[in-house]
Ligand binder design. Structure first.
Ligand SMILES: CCCCCCCCCCCC(=O)SCCNC(=O)CCNC(=O)[C@H](O)C(C)(C)COP(=O)(O)OP(=O)(O)OC[C@H]1O[C@@H](n2cnc3c(N)ncnc32)[C@H](O)[C@@H]1OP(=O)(O)O
Length: 248
């Protein structure tokens, strides 16, 4: 299922091919449109909730309506988190993911692209709901964005790993409501371990935060992946030299 070559071929959108067949892809695609539409609407609601200045009676009335809608959704809901699901395109998807999940209104949602060299990229703008210091992005959210974009690096190499550490350096405040760009790249592959680096830049192309991270394919997942060979250790995939970051 997680053959590395096969994984690489199917990783252009960051998802793994699913081993589970989709019974009715057309119906599932329609459901996905509705799910993502709901998430977008609730995301807008959350943003409006932070920024609204309407009077208290209006707030109370809206809260009542929202509670009614919540009950309607819970009329049929699963108990716990979504985990991985097969989408209409036959890919494994983490629709509940806090950063990229299309069903998750808490997710910005990030759209992370990448290639087989392990370079990843994401354009984003974070609104009022992600505030930390006044007018700027919360430091934990900055780290979460870096975790996601750098975490896509090993995934694009066919070595999906969990974050062992993420060391984040905050160079300057990251502005809210303005275009940002985050990218990641591979520094070194060492067996089941991928060392990655990345950064966030603001609209003036200044680095606001950077990170270096280690992602490890968990022991429980290794049997599903090709075992790294000696050739893979210590080099970027394909035997290329580790990629250099551009000057900041
Ligand atoms: C189907 C696929 C889906 C894969 C899942 C894909 C999910 C994507 C998630 C997105 C990113 C996240 O947010 S992940 C969420 C945040 N992270 C977590 O919750 C991870 C919690 N930690 C863990 O589960 C574990 O500690 C792991 C997986 C990181 C490692 O445990 P393990 O699998 O038992 O491996 P272990 O033998 O301990 O370590 C393997 C090698 O890595 C090194 N190592 C381990 N941790 C560290 C560390 N902090 N700093 C330095 N080195 C470390 C060890 O020394 C060893 O080196 P050597 O002796 O071999 O040289």
């Amino acid at each position: 299922m997680f053959n590395r070559e096969r994984t690489r071929r199917h990783m252009t959108d960051g998802a793994f091919a699913s081993p589970f067949p989709v019974e009715d892809p057309v119906a599932l695609a329609a459901l996905e449109v509705a799910q993502s539409g709901l998430a977008a609407a609730v995301r807008a609601l959350a943003d409006a909730t932070v920024r609204t200045r309407v009077a208290a009676p209006d707030l109370a009335a809206v809260a009542e309506q929202v509670e009614t809608l919540t009950a309607r959704l819970l009329a049929e809901a699963q108990e716990g988190p979504l985990g991985l699901e097969t989408d209409s395109a036959g890919r494994l998807r983490d629709h509940g993911n806090a950063m990229v999940g299309m069903r998750n209104p808490i997710a910005p949602p990030l759209v992370v692209t990448g290639d087989e060299s392990g370079s990843t990229s994401c354009a984003l703008t974070l609104g009022a709901g992600y505030e930390g210091p006044p007018g700027y992005v919360h430091g934990g959210i900055v780290a979460a964005v870096l975790d996601q974009v750098l975490g896509s690096v090993p995934a694009h190499l066919g070595l999906p790993g969990m974050t062992a550490y993420l060391n984040t350096t905050y160079r300057r405040p990251t502005p809210l409501g303005a275009p940002l760009h985050c990218r990641g790249w591979v520094e070194r592959v060492d067996g089941w371990k991928v060392h990655a680096r990345g950064e966030i830049r603001d609209a003036q192309d200044l680095v606001t935060a950077e990170a270096e991270a280690l992602f490890v394919v968990p022991r429980w997942a290794r049997e599903h992946l090709d075992r790294p060979t000696g050739d893979a250790a210590g080099t970027a995939p394909g035997g290329e030299a580790a990629q250099e970051p551009s000057a900041s």
